[in-house]
Design a protein around this ligand. Structure first.
Ligand code: ATP
Length: 454
C-alpha cells in the first residue's frame, strides 16, 4: 500500500532530523514530540516571522514572556478550573478513553464496543504543586494557554509603556493540555507552543477589529507559503463557543488528516480583564464575570475622554506546532524528473528554510577547497541571512538530494575553477528550478542579500 501523505511527512521528519518522538528510547510518551536539528530551525524561523509581523512591523504591539507555572487563582478566575474540559467517555470493554465528540455511531474507536459510560467532563489542565509541601494551598497549573499572563500583566504593561487603545500584547510560549486523545503527529499534542496576540480595543470597535485581524492573519499565512485555497474560514456556532468568547473564527487548513483548526481568532470581550479585576461592580462590564475578592487591581485603561474603560479583546491564537505541520504539508513535493528518476523537494519559503545556503566542496578533504569554503562561510555569516552550513562529503549529487529534501534554497559549490579562475567565482544551484549560475565571489554578498531580502 502506498504511504499516506502523513506517513511520508513523519518519515521525512525522522529521517532528516526535523521531529522525533519524545523519550523514544523508552517507547515514547504519548502526545509529546521533540524538535531535532532542522526542526528547531524551522520552528524558530516560524516564530521569528510571526514576531516580526505582529510586533516589529507594527507600532501598536508590545511583547511579553511570562512564566509557564501559573497561580491557581488566575486559572480559577479565568474560568479554566471550572470549565476547561472536554466531555469524555470510557469504554467498559477495552478501558479506552475518548472525547465524546470524536465518536462516530456511539461506538468505541478502539474495539467497536457500544458499552460506553455517559460523557463526563475531564479537565485538561496539568496540576502540580509549588515548593516542598504537597497540599491544596500549593497547587499551581501549567498554563493551558499563554493568554492569561497577558491579562494579569495588562496594568503593568500599560503603566510601563503609556499605551492607549487600541494596542496589543504578543507572546510566544509553551502551553499544556492533557488532551484525551493526542493524535495526528504534532497536530494534537499535550505540550505545544502558542503564538498569541491579545489586541485591546474600545468596546463597540471589537467587531470591526475582529474582521480586520481575520484578514491580516490570512495574509500572513499566505506569506508563509500556504495556498489561499487550502485555508478555510470556519465561524464557530454560538453553542460551541469557548466559555470566554462572544465570537470565534477558526482558520482551518487542509492537513494530511483532514481540514482542521490552525489558528483561532476569538472575540473574548471584556471577560478576562473583568474576571481578574477587583470591585467589578464599579466597572461597566458587559460580560458575566466571577465575583473577584482576591485581585488587588482593576484592569482598565483611561480612554480619550478621561474615562476608565475595560477594553474588549480580539485574540489571534496560532499553534506553532500546527504551523510547522502546515508549512511542511504545503512544501512537501515529489517531482518526476523523467527517465524513472524522481526527487523529494521541500518547497519552503526562503525565510523559513532551516538552512539558507549549503556550501558544498566539489572534492572531499581538499585543503585548498576547504580553506576557500571556510572563508566563504565566515563572510556569508556576516550577512545575517540565517544558517549557512558547510559540508565536506565530496558527493555533490547526494548533497543536492539531501538539501532538496530539507528545503535548502541554495547550494553553493566550490570547485577547482573557483580557485583557478580570475575573477574567482562559485556555482549556485537553485532548489526549485535546479538551475545553476556562476557568480563571481566579489558579487556574492550582494547577490545573496537581494535573494533573501524580505
Ligand atoms: P481544538 O479544537 O483543535 O482542540 P482549540 O479550539 O481548543 O483547538 P484554542 O484554545 O483556540 O484551540 O487554541 C489556539 C490554538 O492553539 C489552536 O488554534 C491550535 O493551533 C493550538 N492548539 C490548541 N490545542 C493544541 C494541541 N493540543 N496541540 C497542538 N496545538 C494546539
Amino acid at each position: 500500500m502506498a504511504a499516506t501523505q502523513m506517513e511520508q511527512l513523519v518519515s521525512l521528519c525522522k529521517r532528516r532530523g526535523f521531529i522525533f518522538q519524545n523519550s523514544d528510547i523508552y517507547g515514547g510518551l504519548q502526545g509529546l514530540y521533540d524538535y531535532g536539528p532542522l526542526g528547531v530551525e524551522l520552528k524558530n524561523n516560524i516564530k521569528a516571522a510571526w514576531w516580526r509581523a505582529m510586533v516589529y512591523e507594527r507600532d501598536d504591539v508590545e511583547g511579553l514572556d511570562a512564566a509557564i507555572l501559573t497561580n491557581r487563582k488566575v486559572l480559577h478566575y479565568s474560568g479554566h478550573e471550572d470549565t476547561f474540559s472536554d466531555p469524555m467517555v470510557d469504554c467498559k470493554k477495552c478501558k479506552g478513553r475518548f472525547r465524546a465528540d470524536h465518536l462516530t455511531d456511539g461506538k468505541c474507536p478502539n474495539c467497536g464496543s457500544t458499552d460506553l459510560t455517559e460523557p463526563r467532563p475531564f479537565n485538561l489542565m496539568f496540576k502540580t504543586t509549588v515548593g516542598p509541601v504537597v497540599d491544596e494551598d500549593n497547587i499551581a497549573y501549567l498554563r493551558p494557554e499563554t493568554a492569561q499572563a497577558i491579562f494579569t500583566q495588562f496594568k503593568n504593561v500599560v503603566d510601563s509603556t503609556s499605551r492607549k487603545l487600541p494596542f496589543g500584547i504578543a507572546q510566544i510560549g509553551k502551553s499544556f493540555r492533557n488532551e484525551i486523545t493526542p493524535k495526528n503527529f504534532i497536530f494534537r499534542v499535550r505540550e505545544f507552543e502558542q503564538a498569541e496576540l491579545e489586541f485591546f480595543v474600545k468596546p463597540g470597535e471589537d467587531e470591526k477589529w475582529h474582521e480586520e485581524w481575520k484578514n491580516t492573519r490570512i495574509a500572513w499565512w499566505v506569506e508563509q507559503g500556504l495556498k489561499r485555497e487550502n485555508i478555510n474560514i470556519y465561524v464557530t456556532p454560538k453553542e460551541d463557543l469557548a466559555h470566554y468568547a462572544k465570537a470565534c473564527i477558526d482558520l482551518e487548513y487542509k492537513f494530511p488528516h483532514g481540514v482542521e483548526e490552525l489558528e483561532g481568532i476569538a472575540n473574548r470581550t471584556d471577560y478576562d480583564l473583568g474576571n481578574h479585576s477587583k470591585a467589578q461592580n464599579e466597572l461597566n462590564l458587559t460580560s458575566h464575570c466571577h465575583e473577584n475578592k482576591e485581585s488587588t487591581t482593576k484592569l482598565c485603561i483611561m480612554d480619550d475622554d478621561n474615562k476608565w474603560v475595560v477594553p474588549f479583546v480580539i485574540e489571534p491564537s496560532m499553534g506553532v506546532d500546527r504551523a510547522v505541520l502546515a508549512v511542511l504539508t504545503e512544501g512537501y513535493t515529489e517531482e518526476d524528473l523523467g527517465n524513472g528518476n524522481s526527487r523529494i523537494v521541500l518547497k519552503l519559503k526562503k525565510h523559513l528554510a532551516p538552512i539558507k545556503v549549503a556550501i558544498v566542496p566539489l572534492k572531499k578533504n581538499s585543503p585548498e577547497i576547504m580553506a576557500k569554503c571556510h572563508e566563504l562561510k565566515k563572510n556569508l555569516m556576516k550577512l545575517g541571512i540565517g544558517r549557512v552550513a558547510l559540508e565536506n562529503t565530496g558527493n555533490i549529487g547526494k548533497a543536492y538530494r539531501r538539501h532538496d529534501e530539507i528545503g535548502t534554497p541554495l547550494c553553493l559549490t566550490v570547485d577547482f575553477e573557483t580557485l583557478e579562475q580570475s575573477p574567482e567565482s562559485v556555482t549556485l544551484r537553485d532548489r526549485d528550478t535546479m538551475e545553476q549560475v556562476r557568480v563571481p565571489t566579489a558579487e556574492l554578498a550582494q547577490y545573496l542579500r537581494d535573494y533573501f531580502a524580505q
